[in-house]
Design a binder for this molecule. Structure first.
Ligand SMILES: Nc1nc2c(c(=O)[nH]1)N[C@H]1C(S)=C(S)[C@@H](COP(=O)(O)OP(=O)(O)OC[C@H]3O[C@@H](n4cnc5c(=O)[nH]c(N)nc54)[C@H](O)[C@@H]3O)O[C@H]1N2
Ligand SMILES: Nc1nc2c(c(=O)[nH]1)N[C@H]1C(S)=C(S)[C@@H](COP(=O)(O)OP(=O)(O)OC[C@H]3O[C@@H](n4cnc5c(=O)[nH]c(N)nc54)[C@H](O)[C@@H]3O)O[C@H]1N2
Ligand code: SF4
Ligand SMILES: [Mo]
Length: 722
């Protein structure tokens, strides 16, 4: 017997095979709705995408199709453990949860007494995007503790700031809207890998005659199926966008009436634009004047035109201004507010959870907010930048040794004898190896949560489908235990997941009509529920209102000026680029971009052997001209190095990247890499121009063949056990 829905499932006899509704927890805009078949022994038999979900439409990506291999992976952590060997040795012995809580709270109490709670730093990102095990776990307990706040800037902070300054709100349309676009300009975004569920809409649009143009230095999976692929030099897109505007204005293709009605600072922007004739942009971007001109004319003369921008392009030292420049284009041509036109960045601001219900930040029990530390500086913070120092680090939902920039410095910091490290994860990641206390986390099938996607307009409820493996606990359940161990008595630190969800839904519904008729019970019954947005309101900015102080698109941003930024978008060279003096005084070095791998999500799934095999080997692609100049053969082991560190990867000589650029898929687990280090030993931990954003792609490296190299990379036996 198969029963539908989690609620009915719960009521079914124990002999029944149950179908449980869920939500993909991973950091991906698609926010898929799942259904898991669970047998009478409580074991998950299969997992698939919900057929009736408007975006999931019955299928899952290459990664989450393998989710059960992750859930039942033989190396899942099952018990709390305490370190017994030297830090980093990965040698642990089993302890009980009681012992773990007692030891953590005792160490923290001592640190608080001697140095203050701000010497404790929680470090997390988006291992799960759930309301309970993400947003609530990221705030409530830490606010009560008075720990240092974490600036979660590793991903899209510069771009988010650019959107806030220029448009005010992140209001992308749902992907179905692409069917109404006649041109889709995909700029520094690779949805075929990173948001695969928009691809069927893109394909269908193409069949209807929509033109798809991709702008990316790398011939990505998305670029391969585009009608046109343009490959600028990385970090030069602002110059390209400004030159497009130059062409548009010079030819009178801009929409003067729309600009007058809906924008601020047109005269100033126009002056800025005039500094970017296509000839200048050609020299900067490495594109021809013809390409730039054709692109500009195509964009300005096809309506509606959708610009897809995601976070890949913002990971540069000029990432914020780059995104600001891009966001001006649809305003220049009057595309905002059209069905199928405008910008598709993120849907996050359609509905914002009630912040106080989530965080309890202003509860009288919470000490005053202490300092805020930027996660992009973790290595530096652990090795001297933080004052007072960090004496305790608590890592969950994140794997910084694999995924954060300048990882060599992080490893150096994690070896400090006076640093107490707790890691909570499903696996013994490269970060977990440095833990003093290692805690086992539940997978999404073992926990309850609610998910709000950042790429569409529905909510997904995740009902617990199976019992936790071993003694694994969810993030929030661990924090409830820690709260007790610390002697905190507030009831909002003890609510279970359902109570948390109910409370946040009710508080948010009190001020947002988008939650009309959406209750916990309905979510449990139906699994996913569309936000209550009337059809005519589903086009972002259709009412001509923007969330900026002026209510218009702000070409000129006084808010930016007040923050010390250039109030107008501009191109400035990446700090590490051939345009700026190379610290070696050479032009030998190449720019390394390291976007997300097709078969991993950041570091997640990097330990699933089938997916690792599909992804190939840790490698870097380079143009045949660059390979020839350095005597590098295809398939050969090469050393990448710069002032931050080095790592060994395999060379893939390929016309798919433009000269001057190296492209690596990120991120491979260091332990599955030839010399135990990955690409992040090289990446920049500088902060972007806006909002402390990351600058992974503003990285110059030297590449050289390794003479005595093994010609094939055989993973250690241990690595393929799964
Ligand atoms: N399969 C898979 N899916 C993922 C992820 C993953 O790792 N793997 N990660 C998830 C996460 S955390 C995020 S934030 C999103 C990110 O989703 P995307 O924004 O699509 O991210 P990336 O693939 O990192 O970068 C997109 C493209 O930007 C290009 N790029 C880099 N620098 C420049 C530049 O200066 N100019 C131009 N024009 N292009 C540039 C890269 O070559 C890359 O192809 O994806 C999510 N989905
Ligand atoms: N070189 C390079 N590096 C990059 C990027 C790049 O473009 N280039 N992209 C960056 C970006 S955009 C991002 S977002 C970061 C993210 O990088 P990561 O921190 O690697 O993020 P994830 O892979 O999402 O998840 C991190 C960890 O959370 C764990 N986890 C999952 N669910 C749970 C849970 O419920 N509880 C607990 N306690 N743990 C859980 C996973 O097992 C995993 O080990 O990577 C960045 N790293
Ligand atoms: S990772 Fe993205 S595409 Fe894959 S199942 Fe999750 S939400 Fe869907
Ligand atoms: Mo990200």
């Amino acid at each position: 017997m198969v029963t539908s829905s989690s609620e009915e499932g719960k009521q079914a006899t124990s002999a029944a095979v149950r179908l449980v509704y869920g939500a993909c927890p991973h950091d991906c805009p698609d926010g898929c709705a799942l259904e898991t078949l669970v047998d009478e022994q409580g074991r998950a038999l299969s997992l698939r995408g919900r057929a009736n979900h408007p975006i999931t439409r019955g299928w899952l990506c290459a990664k989450v199709n393998r989710y059960l291999e992750r859930v039942y992976h033989p190396e899942r952590l099952r018990y709390p453990q305490r370190r017994k060997g030297p830090k980093g040795s990965g040698s642990f012995s089993r302890i009980s949860w009681e012992e773990a809580f007692a030891e953590i709270s005792e160490r923290w109490q001592r640190i608080i007494t001697e140095h203050g709670a701000q010497c404790i730093l929680p470090y997390s990102y988006a291992g799960t995007l759930g309301l309970v095990n993400g947003a609530v776990a990221d705030s409530r307990f830490w606010n009560r503790l008075g720990a240092s706040r974490l600036k979660r800037a590793i991903c899209g902070y510069a771009a988010e700031e650019a959107v806030r300054l220029t448009l005010g709100w992140r209001l992308a349309p749902s992907p179905e809207m692409l069917l109404q676009s006649r041109l889709v300009l995909i700029w520094g975004s690779n949805p075929a890998s990173t948001a695969p569920h928009i691809m069927p809409f893109l394909r269908q649009a193409q069949r209807q005659g929509t033109r798809v143009i991709v702008i990316d230095p790398v011939r990505t999976l998305t670029a391969r199926s585009a009608d046109l692929h343009i490959q600028p030099y990385p970090g030069t897109d602002a110059a390209l966008a400004l030159a497009m505007m130059h062409v548009i204005v010079n030819r009178g293709l801009h929409n003067q009436a729309w600009i007058e009605a809906h924008t601020v600072g047109w005269e100033q922007l126009r002056e800025r634009i005039m500094r970017y004739p296509p000839e200048r942009a050609a020299a900067i971007t490495g594109l021809s004047v013809e390409t730039i001109t054709e692109l500009a004319v195509a964009y300005a003369t096809t309506t509606p035109a959708m610009l897809r921008v995601t976070d890949g392009i913002n990971r540069h030292t000029n990432g914020g201004q780059t995104v600001r420049a891009l966001l001006c284009l649809p305003a220049l041509t009057g595309q905002y507010g059209l069905a199928g036109g405008g910008v598709m960045y993120s849907t996050s601001d359609w509905l914002q959870w009630d912040a106080e219900a989530v965080k309890h930040e202003h509860d009288p029990a919470c000490p005053p907010a202490p300092r805020v530390l930027n996660m992009n500086r973790l290595g530096a913070l652990l090795t001297g930048e933080a004052d007072p120092p960090i004496y305790a680090l608590y890592v969950y939902n994140a794997n910084p040794v694999a995924s954060a920039p300048n990882a060599g410095k992080i490893v150096e910091g994690l070896q400090r004898d006076d640093l107490f490290v707790v890691v909570h994860d499903l696996f013994e990641t490269d970060t977990a190896r440095y833990a003093d206390i290692l805690l086992p986390a539940t997978s999404q099938l073992e926990q309850t949560d609610l998910h709000k996607a950042y790429g569409h307009l529905a909510l997904q409820y995740n009902a617990q489908a199976i019992a936790p493996l071993g003694e694994a606990r969810s993030n929030w359940d661990v924090m409830r235990g820690l709260a007790q161990a610390m002697g905190f008595t507030e009831s909002w630190l003890q609510e279970d997941a359902e109570a948390v969800i109910r409370g946040v839904l009710e508080a948010t519904a009190a001020r947002s009509p988008l939650l009309k008729d959406i209750t916990l019970e309905r979510l449990q019954r139906e699994g996913w529920v569309a936000l209550a947005i009337p059809e005519e309101r589903r086009i972002p900015f259709a009412d001509g209102r923007f969330g900026t102080p002026s209510g218009k698109v702000e070409f000129y941003s006084q808010q930016a000026a007040d923050l010390g930024y250039d109030p107008l978008p501009d191109w400035v060279p990446d700090v590490e680029s051939p345009f700026t003096a190379d610290s070696n005084g050479q032009r030998e070095r190449l720019v390394l971009v390291s976007p997300g791998a097709h078969h991993f999500i950041s570091s997640s799934f990097g330990n699933v052997a089938t997916l690792r095999r599909k992804e190939g080997r840790p490698s870097v692609r380079l143009h045949p001209d660059e390979a020839r100049a350095r005597g590098i053969r295809d398939g050969q082991l090469v050393r990448l190095s710069n002032e931050r560190g080095s790592c060994l990867v395999f060379a893939e000589v390929s016309g798919e990247v433009r000269p001057g650029v190296l492209a690596a898929s990120s991120v491979w687990w260091p332990r599955f890499s030839p010399d135990g280090r990955n690409i992040n030993w090289l990446t920049s931990d500088r902060l972007a121009d806006f909002n402390g954003g990351s600058t992974f792609h503003s990285t110059l490296v030297t590449i050289e063949p390794v003479a005595e190299a093994p010609q094939s990379f055989d993973e250690p036996e241990e690595a393929v056990r799964s």
